[in-house]
Design a protein around this ligand. Structure first.
Ligand code: ADP
Ligand code: 3PG
Ligand code: MG
Length: 394
């Protein structure tokens, strides 16, 4: 068990909170999805209510170690200020005398501070100790609430824990609780739904899940590599030639473990991946020249029926090219099925899968939607997250 923000006396202290405000911005630099900012509010409010001064830090994008004005955290500061109903002071940098001076003027009762993008310095991604020490000078207690960045052993995530008392924020705690319960203590039947673009991205997840789940439903483009290796025609669908052997190994392992892997039995097919392209439903084989862009109606029925009796469901990876409306039905129907389950834990991981469920307006109907893309994948792969491991034990 790791320490959490509840384990520290915050009164009169400066609490340095690592958040993940790596949010998408449009071309006018407006935040287009503020879920990660909203998700940080409970920790920030708790710290303020317990008499702390709050100093936040985050990265945004991949500026590669130098300041890039379009990757400033200012838009996130503005959005946070609206959500919090308090001024958010955007610091000019994340370390150094000028930041110290800016923080010395902070009125901790009525304002919070946000340091500038950590990745404007190359030292952040190098997990550099002296940079971490300088960051640590901005606070008395360190709280990691950046679940989405906790798979990165970076200075603000890992090295900094050597210089300050370190615990988890509420978001990090919640993520580990829901993802951890599903992986370590699942109520059975436990069904995993996997999809998305590549087998290679998800293979670690499949391998880790095989020893835990009862059934695995595979959709999305990754299904075609599995169908192809079984000699089923996939037409011009996206697949990974160099992962065919791997797919075969996974199918064999599943058989050994008596885990049923269900693949699509029909597909929404088009001749080019374009929303206006004429559609036909084919299956299980896809004709030459056609590509599968979503699971078909029989597959939706098969997957939904399997899910109806599940008590734990982990879903990672959309069932089709959900960004294009005509090819989003498979993902939508799976999301609807999950939203109707009674007494089951439904846990959604993966950046695109989360965006997809939120886009359907079904996020409130799920037990948990992870704010981490890469981090939730690594967690589902069973890898320890450096940002969690580095925190103090209770
Ligand atoms: P996540 O971010 O949730 O882990 P991925 O990044 O693995 O998910 O996969 C999401 C992507 O997979 C989406 O951009 C989607 O368009 C794509 N995808 C899903 N099904 C197909 C398909 N049949 N053909 C091509 N791309 C697909
Ligand atoms: C994410 O969006 O997945 C996290 O903020 C981590 O970002 P990164 O992949 O650039 O390290
Ligand atoms: Mg993705």
């Amino acid at each position: 068990m790791k320490k959490t923000i509840r384990d520290f006396d915050l009164q009169g202290k400066k609490v340095l909170i690592r958040v993940d405000f790596n949010v998408p911005l449009d071309k006018d630099l407006n935040v287009t999805d503020d879920n990660r900012i909203r998700a940080s509010l409970p920790t920030i409010r708790y710290a303020l209510d317990h008499g702390a001064q709050v100093v936040l830090m985050s990265h945004l994008g991949r500026p590669e170690g130098k300041p890039v004005s379009s990757m400033s955290l200012s838009p996130a500061a503005n959005r946070l200020s609206e959500l919090l109903g308090k001024p958010v002071i955007q610091c000019s940098d994340c370390v150094g005398p000028r930041v110290k001076e800016e923080l010395s003027r902070l009125n901790g009762k009525t304002q919070v501070a946000l340091l500038e993008n950590l990745r404007f310095s190359p030292a952040e991604e190098k997990n550099d100790a002296s940079f971490a020490k300088q960051l640590a000078e901005n606070g008395d207690i360190y709280i990691n609430d950046a679940f989405g960045s906790s798979h990165r052993a970076h200075a603000s995530i890992e090295a900094i824990t050597k210089y300050l008392p370190a615990g988890a924020g509420f978001l990090l705690e919640k993520e580990i609780q829901y993802l951890g319960d599903a992986m370590q203590n699942p109520k059975k039947p436990f069904v995993a739904v996997l999809g998305g673009s590549k087998v290679s991205d998800k293979i670690g997840v499949v391998e880790n899940l095989i020893s835990k789940v009862d059934k695995i439903l595979i959709g999305g483009a990754m299904a075609y590599t599995f169908l192809k290796v079984q000699g089923i025609g996939i037409g011009a669908s996206k697949y990974e030639k160099d992962r065919l052997d791997l797919a075969k190994t996974v199918l064999d392992r599943a058989k050994e473990k008596k885990v049923e892997i269900l693949l699509p039995v029909d597909h929404v097919c088009v001749q080019r991946a374009d929303e206006r392209a004429p559609i036909k439903i084919e299956g299980p084989a896809i004709p030459e020249g056609w590509l599968g862009v979503d699971i078909g109606p029989k597959t939706i029925a098969l997957f939904s029926k399997t899910l109806e009796t599940a008590k734990t469901v982990v879903w990672n990876g959309p069932m089709g090219i959900f960004e294009m409306n005509p090819f989003s039905k498979g993902s939508h129907e799976i999301a609807l099925t999950l939203s109707r389950l009674q007494g089951a834990a439904t846990v959604i991981g993966g950046g695109d899968t989360a965006a997809c469920v939120i886009g359907f307006g079904l996020d409130n109907r799920m037990t948990h939607i992870s704010t981490g893309g890469g981090a939730s994948l690594e967690y589902l792969e069973g890898k320890p997250l450096p940002g969690v491991a580095a925190l103090q034990d209770k």
